[in-house]
Design a protein around this ligand. Structure first.
Ligand code: SF4
Ligand code: FES
Length: 217
């Protein structure tokens, strides 16, 4: 049996090892698929859905960061249906989360001509959270959090095995939290900084950088 899979991505024939995700297969041939929650060093949680692509004969769009290629698969990474999905995801995100410090996501908003004003007036995360300034090393500003799970995963099984972070609340109130909402110094956190390093927005930031920003405002 062959260890490779042949598929078509945007009319281009691609041959990749079995087990490759659609995202990695596309990257190999220079096709960019936008991502937010995906990080190459972490287990993909597949929660943002920005990477979804159209796979022929599949009823719904498929998340490219986790779906593996299959023999004969026909993938369209930028069809009209895909673009519409991405536009709405970005509009919903930008209408509730402060993305001023997330340049990559800002660029996606431009690319997909997203208009967050279409969803203005909904629940804003800015109004829900004060900045956590509970340790000398980094701040947590969940009004800027896109809930990508990266910080939780890097703190847990993927890298650090510290388990200082978890998921708090449900629905519109859900957010990253410490267990029992303890201040960070009272948790198992060892202040390794990995969570700050993988955060795609300004939600986690070194205290010095944050204080300098406050002075400039
Ligand atoms: S704090 Fe940053 S890394 Fe953690 S879930 Fe929010 S956006 Fe993602
Ligand atoms: S990058 Fe695939 S679901 Fe987020």
């Amino acid at each position: 049996m062959s260890d490779t899979v042949t598929l078509t991505i945007n009319n281009q024939t691609v041959v990749v090892p079995k087990g490759t995700t659609i995202l990695n297969a596309a990257t190999r041939v220079g096709i960019d698929i936008p991502t937010i929650c995906y990080h190459p060093a972490l287990t993909p949680p597949a929660v943002c859905r920005l990477c979804t692509v159209e796979v022929e004969k599949q009823r719904v769009l498929q998340p490219a960061c986790v779906v593996q290629v299959a023999e004969g698969m026909v993938v369209h990474t930028n069809s009209e249906r895909v673009q519409t999905g991405r536009k709405v995801i970005l509009e919903l995100l930008a209408s509730t989360v402060d993305l001023h410090d997330a340049p990559e996501i800002q660029a996606y908003l431009q690319t997909y001509e997203a208009d967050p004003a279409r969803f203005a007036g909904g629940v804003s995360r800015q109004a829900q959270f004060d900045v956590f300034e509970d340790n000398p090393f980094y701040i947590r500003d969940y009004s800027q959090c896109v809930m990508c799970w990266r910080c939780i995963q890097v703190c847990a099984d993927d890298v650090q095995h510290t388990y200082a972070l978890t998921w708090g609340q449900r629905g519109i109130n859900s957010h990253v939290a410490t267990f029992f909402n303890e201040d960070m110094p009272d948790t198992t956190c060892v202040f390794c900084g990995n969570c700050v390093g993988v955060c795609p927005t300004g939600a986690l930031k070194g205290v010095i950088e944050w204080k300098m920003e406050q002075q400039l405002d």
